[in-house]
Structures are given as structure tokens and as C-alpha cells.
Design a binder for this molecule. Structure first.
Ligand code: BGC
Length: 349
């Protein structure tokens, strides 16, 4: 079968190649790939900055935002042939740390977790893949291709859970949220906020095109300016750009008692900017919390499926701006100006 593979930490090594059928040890459920979403992490991996091959191998099958159709459910009772499933990305560390031991692999403390398509386990960008039944999340078939949005939705579902968890340290009834970055994570974070009844604002650099349109269609307000210029101090900022200056501006611009949740994984950038002590002083004097959030556990997967079920399907469809065939995977990985979510489509849903 064909798979998109890469040698991690060796740039320009990604290729579509013939690989053996998935091995039984990867799980008793055999799945035919329908589509795999592309995200910034995949780009980081193919550029050689991130990613780890499975032990004893040089190459990694890429892809962690999956959608597939069950070909053979194996002995598992819960799945049937033809069901649509999405694979959970992370596996707990073998040791396990206290959090992994209680099923919170997203909070793994010793860093020995593994992740499909990212860290030491092959991903989902292959014509067929296998999965353990307990890590195969069944999705509503009527969602069709939109099921591929489940994984990024789990990431923002966890981020929002973190925001509300830390918010509970004091009396706090947030009303306004600013999401920085109108990519897929930002727009899905805005969707969750809207579903929770918040006054939602989204900030991005672009002034026209599908990003502002999708924000307005959600009933939220779009801003193409700096955080300091939005005209209010948000109770929550969900930071989805990973850009140093936006992060600094967010910590300085948040309301007293507010929470800044960092979801973007950035790198480098200018070292010019306000000194760390000044940024920290702003947070201290306003009792702010800056919380980082990554990945998702089963509870978030369950809640994310509900988020998609309650969302307007036409709006969700607007997030998928480009579909590419596996042969054109490099084109899928190259960002184009109006891209939001690009998917590599292996089969018709
Ligand atoms: C994935 C997460 C993963 C993180 C770090 C993200 O792109 O969506 O599941 O934990 O990268 O590897």
C-alpha cells in the first residue's frame, strides 16, 4: 500500500512510497483511510524540526488528523464494518507517570508518551491503518469528510477545559474572549466559545477572504489589528499563533483575573520586545494565569464529538479549503494564502 513517510530531523525527505500492510501489533481494527488533515506540526516534521521515527526505524508514516472507514473490526464488540472512525493520537508512556496512569496522557509528566504520526508510532497517512479498539473514536457517518476535523477540535476542547479549570481559583464569570489567529485551531476555539455563550472576538493579520467571513458567520467579531488595539480587555485570550509578539501582547492585554491559554507551538522570532520581568509584572499585578495546553484525552475526544454535532455543518465545511490527492501531498503541505484546513483525501467518504 502507499503511505506518506518522512525521515524525522532530515529536511526534504518526505515521499509517497510503497510500504507493507499495517502490522497486527498496531491494533485489531483495520481501517481504510478516507482523509488526513494537514497541520503545522506536519510541516515542522517535514522541515526537519520535529518528529521521531518508531524505535529501530528511520522513517515515520506522517499524519495525526485522521478519518477512516472500518474494514475489519476484529474481535472488538463496539465497532462494525463501515463505521467511520478517527484515531486518538497519543498513547500513555509505558511506565506510566501518575497522569498517564489515570488516563490523562495529554498531561504526561515524564515525556515518554508516544504519538501517532509524530512521536515513535506510525501515523495515518497510509491507504490502510490499524488501531487498538479503545483508541478508535467512532464518528457520526453523516458528518462525512467533516469527521477529519475531530482531532483539532479535541485540542481546543482541552484548551477550554483548562481555561475554566484555572478560572475556578476565584469568583470568575468570563464574558469576552479574544482568539488570536484565525487558522483551524483559532476558528474551532472560537466555535467552542460561541457554543458556551461567550462574546467572541478573533484577531488575524488578513483583512479579507474566508477567515473574516467565517468569523462573522459564527456571530463573532473579526479584528485585523494588534491585541492592544481591539478596544477592550478580554477575560480570556486563546493564543493560537505561537508568535512571540502576539504572546507578549496577550499577556499585557488580558483583563485583571483573566486567563491566557497558549496553544500555538512557535519557534524563534525576534528577541526584541518587552523584558520578561515587565511581562511578568503585568501578569502579577492583574492575577493572570498563563496556561499552556497540548493534546487531549478521551474526555476531550468525547466532548469534541459533541461540539461538532452541535455545529453548523455548512460553517464546518468552510474550514476545509483544499483537498489534495496523496500524489500531491507536497502541495498539501505548502501553505497557500487563503488556506485554513487542507486535507489529503485517500477515498470518498
Ligand atoms: C497534535 C497533538 C500533539 C501535538 C504535539 C499537535 O499538532 O494535534 O495531538 O500532542 O501536536 O506533538
Amino acid at each position: 500500500m502507499k503511505a506518506i513517510t518522512v525521515e524525522p530531523h532530515a529536511p526534504e525527505t518526505a515521499r509517497l512510497e510503497e510500504v507493507p500492510e499495517p502490522d497486527g501489533h498496531e491494533g485489531s481494527v483495520l481501517v481504510e483511510a478516507i482523509a488526513v488533515g494537514v497541520c503545522g506540526t506536519d510541516v515542522e516534521i517535514i522541515e526537519g524540526h520535529y518528529g521521531w521515527a518508531p524505535p529501530g526505524k528511520r522513517r515515520l508514516v506522517l499524519g495525526h488528523e485522521s478519518l477512516g472507514r472500518v474494514v475489519d473490526p476484529g474481535p472488538s464488540g463496539g465497532l462494525r464494518k463501515g463505521d467511520f472512525v478517527v484515531g486518538i493520537v497519543r498513547r500513555p508512556d509505558p511506565e506510566p507517570c501518575p497522569n498517564c496512569a489515570v488516563g490523562e496522557w495529554d498531561m504526561c509528566r515524564n515525556g515518554q508518551y508516544t504519538e501517532r504520526g509524530i512521536k515513535e508510532i506510525d501515523g495515518f497517512m497510509s491507504e490502510r491503518w490499524r488501531i487498538e479498539p479503545e483508541y478508535a473514536m467512532k464518528v457520526d457517518r453523516s458528518l462525512g469528510l467533516l469527521g477529519v476535523l475531530l482531532e483539532p477540535t479535541t485540542v481546543v476542547t482541552k484548551a477550554w477545559e483548562q481555561v475554566f479549570a484555572v478560572g475556578q481559583r476565584a469568583f470568575w464569570e468570563p464574558e469576552t474572549v479574544l482568539v488570536t489567529g484565525a487558522g483551524p485551531i483559532g476558528l474551532l476555539a472560537a466555535l467552542v466559545a460561541k457554543q458556551r455563550g461567550l462574546d467572541v472576538h478573533v484577531l488575524d493579520r488578513v483583512e479579507s477572504g474566508s477567515k473574516p467571513e467565517l468569523v462573522r458567520a459564527l456571530g463573532a467579531t473579526y479584528h485585523a489589528c494588534r491585541v492592544a488595539d481591539v478596544g477592550f480587555q478580554p477575560d480570556v485570550i486563546v493564543e493560537c499563533t505561537g508568535v512571540g509578539q502576539v504572546i507578549n501582547d496577550s499577556i499585557r492585554g488580558i483583563a485583571a483575573g483573566g486567563v491566557v491559554c497558549l496553544t500555538g507551538v512557535g519557534r524563534g522570532g525576534s528577541t526584541l520586545g518587552p523584558p520578561a520581568a515587565d511581562v511578568a509584572a503585568a501578569a502579577v499585578l492583574k492575577n493572570n494565569v498563563v496556561v499552556g495546553s497540548v493534546n487531549a484525552n478521551k474526555r476531550h475526544w468525547y466532548k469534541a464529538a459533541q461540539v461538532l454535532a452541535h455545529a453548523d455543518r455548512a460553517w464546518l465545511a468552510g474550514l476545509i479549503t483544499r483537498r489534495e490527492r496523496p500524489d500531491d501531498f507536497m502541495r498539501a503541505l505548502q501553505h497557500q494564502p487563503d488556506d485554513i484546513k487542507v486535507v489529503i483525501q485517500f477515498a470518498e467518504p
